[in-house]
Design a protein around this ligand. Structure first.
Ligand SMILES: [Zn+2]
Ligand SMILES: [Zn+2]
Length: 928
């Protein structure tokens, strides 16, 4: 019976088993919880590092964009945690007003009822019930993928404590005169029956028409003069709400109509012709109907000329009572009928094809109706100016930098923010209307009576707040604002401003800009930990914003359900493991460059994970063999940066120097958000230096025989183990599961910490790197590479061990002499002969440092060789003929990209040379 092997790792790397186990373990152990600090922490380089997770919609499922964003955040968070910063990554979900309401509405419709039938209270309770059952799906996926967030701090934007902040923000802005209610043109979705923000309208080019309609001119007595003024419109149904027609004051075609009036067709209303410089003389006929209730420009025009606004549609975009015979008709039905009626009355001057941008509701794709309605607004100044200063003065830094300019450009043109939505799911606006005095009461506690006249007939506004109003407050509200008292201000003091926001460009205006506005505005009132006033520098919600790129498909197409090219991260993870997918994303993530997600690369990184696994197994096998001959090994001494003495073997000094150099570069890359550089450095170090070279050399030193010098074996093994252990720590933020599993096995399940994530990140020591080791190793590597190439060229059999001649400077000769064991093993050399010049007749390879030749007399089977060469020559001749005819075909050479043509020419050249060589070889063969 054999005793179980210590360090037992299963033979095959199976990510699923490892990852499920650790994902569950990390959550259960609360491994990434960051308690409220007992005392104020310095916000220096060792200070807290805080990221707020952009809250996914509670209705959402994890897509590739999330996984990418979470991978980048998690790498940074794990890296900072291992660098010794107190680290906090706060997770949560957004209640997503419109999206969630739509989803639950669809459900109850399928059950044969509607929200209107259900009533508001029952409907909202139903949404809460849905949220309790299904609302955690996306966070559950994050847990499975190992995101190292503090789950104890999970929030939901409708939570009680966050709702308190929403209410306080509204009331405070109202008291400060920065929230007002007014009738303005908003984007109205007739399906969702709510106002939606400019950002929630998607514009599609649409082939429509421009209808030209003749409005009769009338004289002072109201009689038609027989003349017409022709207007052009893309939405004829809105003419029912016309209050005037505007022309440019200098438009020579219409000078004689100044001061005249018109009769509005179909309606009969007498409307004036007005002069306004805003009118474009080139658009349509140069005469523009004015419909203040249905167009933002017309609304502004109506305000300038003091016209009433006549709203002709109801909430569902059906014509209302103002529309006379058309009332009750859907807007598009009304359009058809109005055009038909005008035609019959000979008032339709023409119909022209016209391509216009039609706005659709981002949620339900219904055509948006610009429409006058009574809404709540945030007066954007002085909030916007402060938010502009925060970026201009350098208190918030954007990466890539260009997004700072995009942000400023948008902020400088920002309009007042419509914050009310006609939904049921969301934070209800804390404003009460009084039917007696018609005034509004806005209070922190629900009022029982009108604050102005005392009436108890007051009713609360039915509107809720825009979702972005609550998510815009998150950086202050998750840390306790507005209830920041001497006793509970620890979180705010420690974590505000947060360090970094990692997010996508698509919510730069929706969310990032609003957090900056609201954060700067409200945090400024919170005193600093030392009691001093807070300036703008410390009022910002985050110090840095990193805007990540988009994940596209392998052909650089945007992933979309309609195209059917969506890659589901959970499926890919099942196939290749989270670590391989994370590594793929990281290796392609350079700032500002979209990712073309390619499965082939994930396959490659799955192989990389496997390589790490196998290296671990090889290491453990040797540690165990060492134990058998009494070499004990104290893994607890690990955890620092490996170092070796000057008398250590070259490969030990070299791999340690390589590790230090790699660690320095990886740390720098992460500081600059160069995830791609960091991942590639790690890959090159481990696969290239560690496995391909170091591991092969160290095998020479791991002597467990009876005659072994155990001190030397132990020294070699110590370097091996400590470099490998440090490598695991270096890779851990990128491949958290694999490194966790191997690290625990390395310590025989008795590790010095609960998790590798709680150990220290490798930092290069300040002492000078062992430059001579790097140089010497480089010489040996290039010598070995050249010998391998020569062997192939002159056809040395794979297993044959052969002598070599090397000419090298006398200064470098000791390097070869001292390491001839390495050359012999790695290049299958029997004897390294140092010479002053390579012997005549040997074919040599030369570099700037050495000449080398392999001594080999091949015994050949002349018949077989003749056959082989004849075959190869025939094959080459055919290939050359093909290439020549392709290159002589001008149809091909003019169309193909120049680099393709150049490549073909080069290949052809090489083939011609090879052909010559084969012919010479054939001639040189002795007769059979
Ligand atoms: Zn809609
Ligand atoms: Zn009142």
């Amino acid at each position: 019976m054999t005793t179980p092997m210590p360090h037992d790792l299963p033979k095959a790397y199976d990510p699923t088993a490892i990852e499920d186990h650790w994902a569950e373990n990390w959550v259960r152990e609360n491994l990434f919880a960051q308690p409220t600090p007992a005392e104020t922490l310095n916000q220096d380089s060792r200070g807290p590092f805080t990221i707020l997770l952009p809250p996914p919609n509670v209705t959402g499922n994890l897509h590739m964009g999330h996984m990418f964003e979470h991978t980048e955040s998690d790498i940074l968070i794990r890296w900072r945690r291992m660098c010794g910063n107190p680290v906090l990554w706060v997770p949560g979900t957004d209640h997503a007003g419109i999206a969630t309401q739509m989803l639950v509405e669809r459900q109850i419709v399928s059950e044969g009822t509607t929200r209107q039938e259900m009533g508001r209270e029952a409907f909202v309770e139903r949404v809460w019930e849905w949220r309790r059952h299904y609302g955690g799906a996306i966070l559950g996926q994050m847990k499975r993928l190992g995101a190292s967030v503090d789950w104890q701090r999970e929030y939901f934007t409708m939570d009680g404590r966050l709702s308190v902040a929403v209410r306080e923000a509204f009331v405070r802005l109202y008291e400060q005169g920065l929230i007002y209610r007014g009738a303005y043109i908003v984007n109205w979705c007739p399906r969702c029956q709510t106002a939606i923000s400019d950002l929630e309208v998607v514009y599609d080019e649409h082939k429509g028409h421009l209808w030209e309609i003749r409005y009769p001119v009338i004289d002072d007595a109201g009689k038609e003069t027989g003349e017409f003024l022709t207007i052009a419109t893309t939405r004829p149904e809105t003419m029912l709400g016309d209050v005037a027609v505007a022309i440019h004051p200098e438009d020579e075609r219409y000078l004689h109509l100044h001061g005249k009036k018109l009769r509005l067709p179909l309606v009969g209303r007498v409307i004036p012709i007005i002069l306004d410089e805003w009118v474009s003389r080139d658009f349509g006929t140069g005469a523009v109907k004015v419909t203040p209730a249905h167009d933002p420009n017309d609304f502004a025009l109506g305000q300038r000329h003091d016209f009433p606004s006549i709203n002709v549609m109801d909430d569902t975009a059906h014509i209302n009572g103002e529309g006379g015979v058309y009332s009750g008709l859907d807007r598009f039905v009304a359009r058809k009928k109005i055009v038909a009626d005008l035609e019959e009355m000979s008032l339709l001057a023409g119909i022209k094809d016209h391509v216009n941008n039609v706005g659709h509701c981002d949620r339900c794709k219904t055509v948006v109706e610009p429409r006058l309605s009574l809404q709540w607004f945030v007066q954007i100044q002085p909030l916007a100016d402060k938010a502009i200063a925060a970026v201009k003065d350098g208190h918030i830094r954007f990466t890539p930098e260009m997004y700072g300019k995009t942000y400023l450009n948008w902020m400088e043109n920002i309009h007042d923010w419509c914050i009310s939505r006609q939904l049921w799911w969301g934070h209800r606006i804390p404003a009460w209307h009084c039917p007696v005095c018609h005034k509004i009461t806005v209070t922190r506690e629900d009022p029982k009576a009108c604050a102005h006249c005392g009436s108890d007939q007051i009713t609360q506004s039915t509107d809720v707040l825009d979702t972005w109003f609550s998510s815009g407050l998150l950086p202050v509200s998750v840390f306790g604002w507005p209830n920041i008292t001497a006793e509970n201000r620890g979180d705010f003091d420690a974590f505000y401003p947060t360090s970094l926001l990692v997010t996508g460009f698509d919510i730069l205006f929706f969310w990032v800009a609003r957090m900056i506005m609201l954060g700067c505005w409200f945090a400024e009132d919170v005193k600093m930990p030392d009691g001093s006033e807070r300036t703008l520098k410390d009022s910002v919600p985050f110090r840095e914003v990193y805007i990540h790129a988009l994940v596209r498909d392998a052909n650089r197409e945007k992933m979309s359900k309609t195209k059917g090219n969506v890659v589901d991260p959970i499926e890919i993870v099942k196939q290749y493991g989270t670590d391989a997918v994370r590594f793929t994303l990281a290796s392609m993530a350079s700032p500002g460059t979209d990712i073309a997600f390619n499965i082939a690369r994930t396959e490659g990184y799955r192989a990389f994970a496997n390589k790490i696994w196998n290296a671990a197994r090889f290491l453990f096998m040797n540690v165990d063999r060492a134990a058998e001959i009494g070499i004990t090994f104290d893994p607890v001494s690990l955890g620092a940066m490996p170092s070796v003495g000057a008398d250590a073997p070259l490969e030990a000094r070299w791999i340690v120097a390589e590790l230090h150099a790699t660690a320095a570069k990886v740390n720098l890359a992460l500081q600059n958000y160069r995830f791609d550089d960091a991942a590639n450095l790690i890959y090159q170090f481990f696969w290239g230096s560690f496995c391909d070279w170091y591991l092969e050399i160290v095998k020479l030193r791991l002597d467990f025989s009876e005659t072994a010098d155990t001190a030397k074996t132990k020294a070699a093994l110590t370097t091996f183990v400590s470099v490998f252990e440090a490598s695991l720590r270096l890779f851990s933020p990128f491949m958290p599961f694999l490194t966790e599993e191997i690290w625990h096995a390395l310590y025989d399940d008795n590790p010095p910490a609960k998790s590798i994530a709680l150990t220290r990140y490798p930092q290069a020591l300040n002492e000078p790197l062992c430059a001579s080791a790097l140089e010497q190793m480089e010489l040996l590597q290039s010598l070995i590479v050249e010998i391998r190439a020569l062997r192939k060229e002159i056809g040395v059999e794979e297993k044959a061990v052969v002598p070599v001649e090397v000419r090298v400077d006398t200064v470098k000769q000791p390097v070869l002499r001292d390491n001839n064991g390495m050359i012999e093993r790695l290049a299958r050399v029997s004897d390294v002969r140092l010479v002053e010049g390579i012997s005549d007749g040997l074919s040599k390879h030369s570099t700037s440092s050495f000449d080398v030749a392999v001594i080999y007399e091949r015994t050949i089977d002349v018949v077989a060789e003749r056959e082989r060469l004849t075959k190869d020559i025939a094959k080459l001749e055919k290939e050359i003929a093909n290439a020549e005819s392709q290159l002589n075909n001008s149809g091909f050479t003019t169309k193909a990209p120049s680099h393709v043509v150049e490549g073909l020419k080069k290949q052809l050249d090489e083939k011609r040379h090879l052909l010559e060589k084969f012919r010479r070889d054939l001639d040189a063969l002795p007769p059979a």
